[in-house]
Design a protein around this ligand. Structure first.
Ligand code: MF3
Ligand code: CO
Length: 294
């Protein structure tokens, strides 16, 4: 079939684990996907499509991730160090039975990413980074619970920020929402990034190309890569059961990034301009999508 796997017999148990006969379960679904595959569309392999039980597991993980960010939101403000934010994230996650997915991920040293002002992503919490009135910071959290992954991030404005920074933060969220509005079951992933880019560019902002969203659920980063600068009418078919993030990084200045920090992680705008990011995790459903983590 479309993913190189064997098609079950009509009366066999369905591959999705529902316990129902294939013909009463995913047979029509597979035939629809097979048709798209034969027309040349990029279709997800079955292993990327989450079962109802997987979605429940991801939601339990996501409940911690949402709770962590709510916990941060209640405490963050002027005078807080990003090291403290890291401790809040770590302790809340562990106390709720989860594991911070960032910690030790490819050698990453902390439990969360804190990306301040001109930092695009992967800012490492530090005692030396004291949040000041006027700063904008992205806090990006990821949780593992019972092997299920969740991932989302929010922007926080520290005290009163300049109108320019406020606009960047607000319009980046709207760019993400424009992307969400383009998520249609059996639609195409490229339409999502195209909508994000169109909104950001209409505001006079640029969109980072090198980093994007990703499939997620049984692993931290799964296929597909979710570009936020894609062309409409391209990319993977948005099949119900596909779980992924949308997480645009929007720069006030030019799109180019600087990855030369010797710590190997921190990514900055090349021109030193401000940048913002919001991230949600969602599942494509039969009639739209459901947000899992924000
Ligand atoms: N949370 C990031 C994402 O949105 C990944 C961070 S990986 C880390 O995909 F190692 F930098 F923490
Ligand atoms: Co992510």
């Amino acid at each position: 079939m479309y993913d190189g796997e064997e098609q079950p017999g009509r009366n066999d148990a369905c591959w999705c684990g529902s316990g129902r006969k294939y013909k009463k379960c995913h047979l029509d679904f597979d035939e629809r996907l097979q048709g798209l595959y034969e027309q040349g569309f990029e279709v997800p392999e079955r292993a990327l499509l989450k079962s109802a039980a997987d979605i429940e597991g991801i939601k339990r993980s996501a409940a911690i991730n949402i709770g962590v960010l709510d916990h941060v939101a209640e405490r963050i403000g002027p005078g807080v160090t990003t090291e403290e934010v890291d401790r809040w994230v770590h302790d809340y996650t562990v106390e709720h039975g989860g594991i911070p997915a960032d910690l030790n991920y490819e050698g990453y040293p902390k439990s969360v990413c804190t990306s301040l002002n001109e930092v695009v992503c992967h800012g490492i919490p530090s005692e030396d980074d004291v949040l000041q009135e006027g700063d904008i910071v992205n806090v990006d959290c990821s949780t593992i619970l019972d092997g299920y992954y969740s991932d989302s991030s929010r922007m926080f404005c520290i005290g009163a920020v300049s109108p320019e920074r406020q606009r960047l933060v607000d319009e980046t969220k709207k760019a993400l929402e424009a992307g969400l509005a383009a998520v249609k079951p059996w639609g195409l992933l490229g339409d999502v990034g195209a909508a994000v880019k169109a909104h950001a560019n209409a505001c006079g902002f640029s969109v980072v190309r090198e980093f994007g969203g990703h499939g997620i659920g049984l692993d931290f980063h799964e296929d597909p890569f979710v570009s936020h600068v894609s062309d409409p009418g391209t990319g993977m078919v948005l099949v119900p059961g596909l779980v992924f993030t949308i997480e645009p990084m929007v720069n006030a200045g030019k799109q180019e990034i600087d990855m030369s920090d010797p710590n190997g992680w921190t990514v900055r705008t090349a021109d030193g301009s401000d940048t913002a990011q919001w991230e949600v995790q969602l599942v494509v459903t039969e009639d739209g999508y459901e947000l899992l983590s924000w």
